[in-house]
Ligand binder design. Structure first.
Ligand code: GCO
Length: 481
């Protein structure tokens, strides 16, 4: 096969029907945390726990999208963005997590979907983007096996309310973050630090996808079902066999632990064996894999940056550092840090260039990731459901936001998606994270991923240069690579 990445730069056209859009998530943009009957979520509680979120920031107001939805959709339409991935807040729809639906919560999402459709924008709702109702956390949250059924019941309510106008529902966003960052490293809500618990939560999330998919299909038979995984592109830091094995292990815990049961109906034997010293897997019951292995109509892939890992023998005892690794490892740090949920793989610092997240910019690893998925899980169409970068540019003296670094990142990453398609990967669309600057979880508001700048005092929106650049790409269905 020719190395498409080595090809001369030129005009890159995407396939006919390629879907272009932007993405957000409820807690990150909506605000109105206490309105129209919304119940509290684990993020409302986590944000109020001392030391969990930078500067004590919360999603109480966020971008105030809940109140500004019409203007935001007008802006989206004016930029010519054809599709929009958003999430439904479970605690707006079911304030107690289960039981009676809150009609005002459902009405908001109905208005949002109708508003999108009126403007010719295709809605792509995600049912769970991390804001579990606090009432369910008090019943054990995702550690409780019943959580899978709670999720399925909630999915049925939403699919029933929106199934006539929504073509695709996504069940979960990034279950890896929920399980490992929420329950092993504790940097996300609910903030537990228990490696065995994280694996139990993985299983319950997989079950939730299975039961939730069945509930969606029952309520909205013509709808497609998807989920978004932040599949990690993990490289061994060297050819040393210990490092190569660490990469296998991290790939298993990050990726195959979701991909294999959902797409192939079985947990990978090596992952099960690796974790046996700290997890007995007794939470996997006989019929569970049949429930989970329902597949997806399209696989959502979220990608930002690659990782490089070493094995335990490469980590000198003096340099062991148990600081949380993964999504929120800030640059610098000269030392390896443990891969979330294990001590058998350690991520090592990588050279720049970096985004404001401290994440290395390496577009070729995006091509590697998409081609690997297409090779290992053939026949599963993919959709990039998140990709983007944080750069802190704000309005200059001319009132405009000249975010050239974002344009460069997007240019190179879209070329990387194109290269994967040219190499045979079935990638059907691309959703840029994010439409608006928004609340970046534990890091608060200073990490700006938006195409549109948000002034958090005035809440004024200013489209950045990247917004008009992206509009041009979308209109042309291609770009100069
Ligand atoms: C996630 C979430 C988003 C983040 C984005 C940048 O993927 O972590 O889907 O909510 O804001 O990825 O970190």
């Amino acid at each position: 096969m020719t190395d498409v990445r080595a090809a001369d730069r030129g005009w890159l056209t995407f396939p006919d029907g390629f879907v272009w859009g932007t993405a957000t998530a409820a807690y990150q943009v909506e605000g109105a945390a206490d309105e129209d009957g919304r119940g509290p979520s684990i993020w409302d509680v986590f944000c109020r726990t001392l030391g969990k979120v930078a500067r004590g920031e919360t999603g109480d107001v966020a971008c105030d999208h809940y109140h500004r939805v019409e203007a935001d959709l007008d802006l989206m339409a004016s930029l010519g963005l054809p599709s929009y991935r958003f999430s439904v807040a479970w605690p707006r729809v079911l304030p107690d997590g289960t039981g009676a639906a809150n009609q005002r919560g459902l009405d908001f999402y109905r208005r949002l979907v109708d508003g999108l459709l009126e403007r010719g924008i295709t809605p792509l709702p995600t049912l769970y983007h991390w804001d579990l109702p606090q009432a369910l956390q008090e019943r054990g949250g995702w550690a409780n096996r019943e959580s899978a059924q709670w999720f399925a019941d909630y999915a049925a309510v939403v699919a029933d309310a929106l199934g006539d106008v929504v073509g695709t529902f996504m069940t979960l966003n990034e279950p890896w973050c929920v399980a490992f960052l929420g329950h092993a490293t504790g940097v996300l809500a609910p903030g537990f630090t228990d490696d065995a618990l994280a694996l139990q939560v993985v299983h319950h999330l997989n079950l939730a996808h299975g039961l939730g998919s069945a509930a969606i299909r029952a309520a909205a038979p013509s709808a497609q079902v998807s989920l978004a995984l932040n599949v990690a592109q993990v490289y061994p830091a060297s050819d040393d066999p210990g490092d190569v094995d660490a990469a296998r292990h991290a790939d298993g815990l990050a990726n195959r632990i979701f991909l294999d049961p959902i797409l192939r109906g079985a947990y990978p034997a090596d992952v099960v064996a690796d974790a046996e010293p700290w997890c007995d897997w007794s939470f996997v019951l006989p019929d569970d894999l049949a429930t989970i292995g329902v597949g997806v109509d399209v696989l959502g892939v979220n990608y930002y940056t690659p990782s490089r890992v070493v094995g335990p023998s490469s980590v000198g005892a003096a340099s062991l550092d148990d600081a949380p690794a993964g999504r929120w490892t800030e640059r610098a740090g000269a030392r390896p840090v443990a891969w979330p949920g294990t001590r058998l793989a350690w991520t090592v610092p990588q050279p720049g260039p970096f985004t404001d997240m401290g994440w290395r910019i390496e577009p070729s690893s995006f091509t590697d990731l998409l081609t690997r998925l297409s090779r290992d899980y053939p026949g599963v169409p993919m959709m990039v459901t998140e990709n983007g970068c944080a750069f802190g540019d704000g309005p200059g003296a001319d009132g405009r936001v000249h975010d050239d670094r974002r344009i460069a990142y997007l240019q190179d990453h879209l070329a990387a998606v194109h290269a994967a398609i040219a190499a045979g990967a079935d990638v059907r669309g691309y959703y840029l994270w994010s439409f608006l600057d928004n609340f970046e979880w534990s890091l608060g508001y200073d990490k700006r991923f938006g195409l549109v700048h948000v002034d958090y005092d005035s809440l004024v929106r200013t489209p950045k240069d990247s917004a008009s650049w992206y509009s041009d790409v979308v209109r042309a269905n291609g770009l100069l690579g």
